[in-house]
Design a protein. Structure first.
Length: 180
């Protein structure tokens, strides 16, 4: 049976994805990319091989201990292993992963660094919490809380945050911080 061969290829696929994305990814992002969007792995295989790659020292958690969600990246050993065995991944799949990474890297980076959520207040209004997280740092680079009148306006604001966060941060910083 080729079970070991399939497991090895699956591990290499995951290492190759992390290499091509070039950013640490949350577990939810990895699962989304590998199982939902592309069908490169099934969920059960992912849940089995991820801890094995971490235990082997090929992937590590780059998040500060108090961060809400772990982010994973390739280690030097993982990159070295991949360099020796990446040819075992079919060329068409390597091309597919590479193209996906090029087209989606910025979107995943924004989704992980520009975080927004909302909560309902007792008076019926909503508070939106908007954050810009900096990788490898436990404190957000920027955190804004705003009160809005309706759930609809809270949803719109949270959706806009992913696109506008960088511009808002730049304008705010330039307006209030004096650099000598």
């Amino acid at each position: 049976m080729d079970f070991t061969q399939d497991e090895t290829i699956n591990k290499l696929k995951l290492l190759f994805l992390l290499d091509k994305m070039e950013i640490p990814l949350t577990e939810n992002s990895i699962v989304d990319i590998c199982t939902s969007r592309n069908n490169w792995l099934n969920y059960m295989d992912y849940k089995q091989i991820m801890p094995q790659l971490i235990d082997a020292g090929f992937i590590y958690d780059v998040s500060p201990a108090d961060d809400e969600e772990s982010k994973f990246a390739l280690t030097y050993s993982g990159r070295n292993c991949l360099s020796h065995f990446f040819l075992r991944i079919p060329q068409s799949l390597r091309e597919e992963i590479t193209n996906f990474a090029k087209q989606n890297r910025i979107t995943f980076k924004r989704n992980q660094e520009y975080v927004s959520n909302y909560t309902k207040n007792q008076d019926g209004s909503y508070t939106i919490n908007l954050k810009i997280k900096e990788p490898l740092v436990s404190q957000p680079l920027l955190e804004i809380k705003l009160k809005v009148p309706t759930r609809h306006s809270a949803i719109i604001a949270c959706n806009k945050w992913k696109e506008e966060a960088a511009n808002i941060f730049e304008n705010l910083y330039d307006s209030i911080v004096e650099i000598n």
